[in-house]
Design a protein around this ligand. Structure first.
Ligand SMILES: *Cc1c(COP(=O)(O)O)cnc(C)c1O
Length: 381
């Protein structure tokens, strides 16, 4: 077990990260990917869960290809995993080629300008350096256009300055399988591959893996599914929960029918009620949009074996939960309550808050105790 420096008894809320579940998710995705290899998107501090334990656990599970967003993230990851292949998805930052080379980072080049800069640096450095070529097949975010890709391939001098280790593109609508853009992007990508037949190719993120073998190519790049998000929205989440966030009951109070709870008195007790006040709030990453939801039923937390509704406004440091349905002795000062985890699916909670699992995870707070469990030897790399 590794932990951060904040003692559980003093933190008010606990974030537990199950590295065995992370590894099981990785293996499940590998199986789903069939013949394709599986890498891991670990940008954003491994989607908020902590780059160090997450990267080590993934390496231990057999992952060798990692994707970060920023060069600084790449440097941090390099220090942890000397043997990993690391791609920087945001491309080559201006005047940073030397930094990438020093940290053995491979930029996912997104323009001819970046390709020329990387090739020119390679020539000064003494050899063509590895990189991915990121072509935009329809998301219109990052990447060379199809025409620019052709220009690159036709430019013999430029090409000889690059050691292209991956051809990649990114899907816009993989979480919506019937969306026509999926097939359009898949077919465009297939045409691109024909022009670089010897280079490994990568198209699928988490949801892309579930679109089938036309999408998996040589290397998949799952992120959110590794961390327990649902890659098949609308269907049952096939992934194991990795992050469990628990708040602690600080006080239980009796309120009379007609009394209100919390700021702005937004929730009024429909009957005499018992309200548990948990030590977790928006500072801890609990979205304020979970406050007293009416439409489609209230947001819930899991306490003493039962789902109970969140009532009143989420405050910075606390939130109210209606525990009237539970026997009084079951909920007391010090009782833990699950806000996210195996009983409160992250995707469902994100839906309550009007957001997505990615945002919930990456906005988790920093002041709770973090407990990492589940690998035989978390220090091993
Ligand atoms: C973040 C990212 C991924 C991972 O996406 P998930 O939906 O989290 O699986 C893959 N590829 C690129 C280019 C990304 O930016």
């Amino acid at each position: 077990m590794i932990t951060n420096a904040i003692p559980t008894d003093l933190a008010g809320a606990v974030l537990s990260i199950d590295l065995a579940a992370l590894q099981a998710n990785y293996r499940f995705l590998c199986k789903k990917a069939g013949k394709a290899a599986c890498g891991a998107a670990v940008k954003g501090n491994a989607y908020g869960l902590g780059i160090e334990p997450v990267a080590r656990a993934l390496w231990q599970a057999g992952c060798r290809d990692f994707f970060v967003a920023r060069p600084k993230e790449g440097e941090d990851l390099r220090a942890l995993l000397p043997g990993a292949v690391i791609y920087v998805l945001d491309g080559l930052f201006p005047r940073q080629a030397e930094f990438y080379a020093r940290n053995d980072l491979r930029p996912a080049l997104i323009s001819l300008e970046e390709a020329r800069e990387w090739a020119a640096f390679g020539r000064r450095y003494g050899r063509a350096l590895p990189c991915a070529i990121h072509v935009d097949t329809g998301i219109n975010r990052l990447g060379l256009t199809l025409a620019q890709f052709d220009t690159l391939l036709a430019d013999g001098f430029l090409r000889s300055g690059l050691s292209i280790s991956l051809l990649m593109s990114h899907l816009a609508c993989a979480d919506d399988p019937p969306h026509p853009l999926n097939k359009t992007q898949m077919q465009r990508f297939r045409e691109l591959r024909k022009k670089l037949p010897d280079v490994p190719a990568s198209l699928a993120n988490s949801s892309g893996i579930f679109l089938g073998k036309n999408y998996t190519n040589d290397l998949c790049r799952p992120g959110i599914a590794l961390y327990g998000g649902n890659p098949t929205p609308g269907r049952k989440n096939p992934m194991k929960a990795v992050a469990t966030l628990e708040g602690t009951v600080m006080q239980v109070r009796e309120v009379k029918k007609g009394d209100t709870v919390g700021y702005s008195a937004t929730w009024k007790a429909p009957r005499d009620s018992r309200i548990a006040i948990l030590g977790a709030g928006y500072k801890d990453g609990v979205p304020r949009h979970l406050s007293s939801r009416q439409k489609d039923g209230p947001a819930q937390v899991f306490v003493a074996g039962k789902r109970c509704p969140i009532v009143g406004r989420i405050s910075m440091d606390m939130m109210g939960v209606d525990v009237t349905a539970l026997p009084a002795p079951k909920v007391q000062r010090g009782t833990p309550a699950e806000i996210l985890g195996p009983h409160i699916d992250i995707e469902v909670a994100a839906g309550w808050a009007g957001t997505i699992s990615y945002e919930l995870l990456t906005r988790l707070g920093s002041r709770y105790a973090r407990l990492y469990s589940g690998t035989a030897n978390p220090g091993e790399s």
